[in-house]
Design a protein around this ligand. Structure first.
Ligand SMILES: [Zn+2]
Length: 326
């Protein structure tokens, strides 16, 4: 990764960032890997995250999400404000990201889907880990509308992962689990059961000052389940996090998070009623004055160099699509 010095990064942000505006870029991460994975090129590895965090610590004013959301509402955000979030509750957040957050004294929120803690595996990881282990040859995926596919090199596996993830994501949860189980069987070997944190790791992150946020129990697409089940998912997850950490979660992230497609304004009202102070979506953008505190947009930094990362932060600051659920 090309390094730029901290004073240059700071100068660039001060010179190019829109001044006098109330802007809140919220970065969204999921996993962080020890080494780059050719099958998951968009997932940052620890060295890349270290560079991004160094840049954030030197050139930006990183705030806890609940504080930043409150400041955004009363117009009091400091210049260069930013927030860091991680979704789902991966074990690597504890093992690889936490030491970096502590080293750079950066606050962050980790949104935990409590149903997968202690040995669970999310369907997207079942897809990646199965496709990684498939023998070279043909696989019949007519059940999910993908026909017969040839699995061979890294490129074919990467395409299959993205097609399968898209095809399976919006299936009924029971059918999705059944399909994933069937898929895992085809891999013919055991899939990892240590991808997510255990209770002790969640508690350790919370004790280290990281905010643990709500993300439902089973990570359902809220717009695809009935209201009572959605409310139960949100409230049970809140209660489980409170028991685990000793603190009620303050912020919430909608699973999958696309406004209207994955959640609606009815779910935003449920989250508010459950006692959360703010919530984030996956609408791409930077929150400003007119943002709904229960539908704050985020973005995923995919840049490979610190210079590109700073340029993206500045570019995103002028990206003002209002993307909220009706
Ligand atoms: Zn998630």
């Amino acid at each position: 990764m090309i390094r730029i010095s901290r004073p240059i990064a700071r100068w660039f942000v001060q010179a190019r960032y829109p001044s006098g505006t109330n802007l809140l870029p919220i970065l969204m991460y999921h996993r962080v890997l020890a080494e780059p994975d050719p099958l998951q090129p968009d997932v940052p590895h620890q060295a890349l995250l270290a560079e991004q965090f160094k840049t954030l610590a030197s050139a930006f004013n990183v705030l806890p999400l609940h504080e930043a959301a409150a400041l955004l509402q009363n117009g009091g955000l400091p210049p260069g404000a930013a927030c860091i979030t991680f979704d789902d509750g991966y074990r690597d957040n504890h093992d690889l990201a936490l030491p970096l957050l502590l080293e750079h004294k950066l606050p962050a929120t980790v949104f935990v889907a409590t149903g997968y803690l202690n040995g669970g595996r999310m369907f997207n990881d079942s897809v990646v880990e199965t496709v990684r282990r498939l023998d070279t040859g043909e696989i019949d995926l007519t059940r999910v509308g993908l026909g017969k596919r040839l699995v061979s090199d890294v490129a074919s596996r990467r395409t299959l992962i993205s097609d399968l993830t898209r095809a399976v994501k919006y299936l009924d949860p029971v059918e999705r689990d059944a399909f994933c189980e069937d898929l895992c069987r085809r891999a013919g070997s055991h899939l990892p059961t240590d991808l997510m944190m255990d209770d002790r790791q969640v508690k350790a992150m919370s004790d280290a000052g990281i905010d643990i946020g709500g993300h439902t129990v089973h990570h359902p697409i809220l717009a695809r389940i009935d209201a009572a089940t959605a409310e139960h998912e949100i409230e049970t997850n809140r209660d489980q996090i409170t028991t685990l950490t000793g603190k009620p979660p303050l912020c919430f992230a909608y699973p999958n998070g696309k406004p209207n497609l994955d959640y609606t304004s009815a779910h935003a009202r449920m989250v508010c009623k459950a006692g959360f102070q703010a919530a984030v979506s996956t609408a791409v953008g930077v929150a400003s004055d007119d943002a709904d505190p229960f539908q704050l947009p985020r973005f995923m930094p995919r840049e490979r160099s610190a210079a590109q990362f700073v340029a993206r932060m500045v570019r995103m600051a002028t990206h003002r699509h209002r993307q909220v659920a009706d």
